[in-house]
Design a protein around this ligand. Structure first.
Ligand code: AHG
Ligand code: MN
Ligand code: MN
Length: 335
């Protein structure tokens, strides 16, 4: 029998790859793993408890918030606040970033950004949701409290990113910029165990993933590209939970699109909490991620915390092809 490698073991082992690492990043990833286990427990029993339903609040970008969003948000903040390795967080569920006081006068070097529960409209119907996170090295003076500039960094500055998928099994996928690895939660021992080493995205795949219901609201070049996918007999898969849709594409190849629509002229998805961390992972696995205006996602300037972006992400051959469509048809005035 192969020996099981737990997430903690793997992280500690990998720390040796970073000669100047102090162990803080290692600790942070471990804390996120702990928070993920707590969230997983609640997501799994959501059907049993009276925890389902809308919490009668709206998040900073105006979407309805489900109770489990708030629970996951709280757990992530608690785990990171008490770790001593994180000087602040920014969450999709909070209007502004949250600065943590330095514990024991220890200067923490990192900030963490997250979408505590992505795809939350799926919870009530037992469909996969996930947590998405990104870790940046702070820009501000480590002796003081963190500031906005620590969070308004481009995706190229990410030191680590990942996601946890609460699906048929619970999987944590992360990268520190040296490839992508996946860990499956073994509920019997309560540990994330290494299950997918050095994940590589296929150059092409048989899936395209887009909310086709908005077809008529897309620009003409996007409609042409979607028609082309359909002509190729590609299979349409759209869960409505970006983390789950991108997860499928990471493993099986394909392209995920969330273009601008009339309702969301700048795109719907958030750059800081959704697009950047998932683009970091996909690029690390050999894929590509660009906006529908053809800018590399990780290079988009960050202006505010809840900034939205359009996105085309997935297999490199397919993202390149989508780019060609935009270049070819974008001068046509939509009818
Ligand atoms: P969240 O649950 O964090 O608000 O994110 C939902 C996002 C994303 O996960 C998904 O891909 C997208 O919204 C679905 O949007 P549409 O319903 O407009 O397709
Ligand atoms: Mn989300
Ligand atoms: Mn969310």
């Amino acid at each position: 029998m192969n020996r099981i490698i737990t997430l903690d073991e793997f992280i500690i082992h990998r720390q040796k790859d970073f000669p100047f690492a102090s162990g803080e990043l290692t600790g942070l990833l471990r804390d996120i793993g702990v928070a993920a286990k707590i969230v997983n427990r609640e997501v799994n029993k959501a059907g049993l408890l009276n925890i389902l339903g809308i919490a009668h609040q709206e998040n900073a970008t105006g979407d309805q918030v489900q109770k489990l969003d708030l629970f996951a948000n709280e757990k992530l903040i608690d785990c990171l606040k008490n770790s001593g390795e994180c000087c602040g967080v920014a969450s999709e569920e909070n209007e502004d970033f949250i600065a943590f006081p330095n514990l024991d006068n220890k200067a923490s070097k990192y900030v963490v950004v997250f979408d505590p529960l992505d795809g939350s409209s799926n919870i009530d119907v037992n469909v996969s949701v996930g947590t998405i996170f990104g870790i940046y090295r702070r820009k501000s003076d480590p002796e003081g409290i963190c500031s906005r500039e620590d969070f308004l960094q481009k995706g190229t500055e990410l030191v680590a990113a990942g996601y946890v998928l609460y699906g048929t099994s619970t999987l944590l996928v992360y990268s520190t910029g040296r490839g992508v690895n996946g860990f499956t939660l073994d509920p019997s021992i309560g540990e994330f165990c290494l299950s997918h080493t050095d994940i590589r995205i296929p150059d092409r795949g048989n899936y395209y993933s887009v909310n086709q219901g908005y077809y008529l609201k897309f620009d003409v070049e996007m409609r042409r590209y979607i028609d082309y996918c359909s002509d190729l007999n590609l299979m349409l898969r759209y869960i409505g939970s970006m983390v789950s849709d991108v997860h499928r594409i990471l493993f099986q190849g394909g392209i995920f699109l969330y273009p601008n629509t009339r309702k969301y002229p700048l795109g719907k998805l958030r750059l800081l909490y959704e697009c950047n961390p998932l683009s970091f992972i996909v690029e690390q696995a050999g894929g590509k991620a660009i906006t529908c205006q053809l800018e590399r996602i990780l290079e988009v300037d960050m202006v505010h915390l809840h900034q939205r972006a359009t996105i085309a992400i997935g297999s490199p051959g397919m993202v390149d092809e989508m780019k060609e469509f935009v270049e070819r048809y974008s001068t046509i005035v939509p009818s």
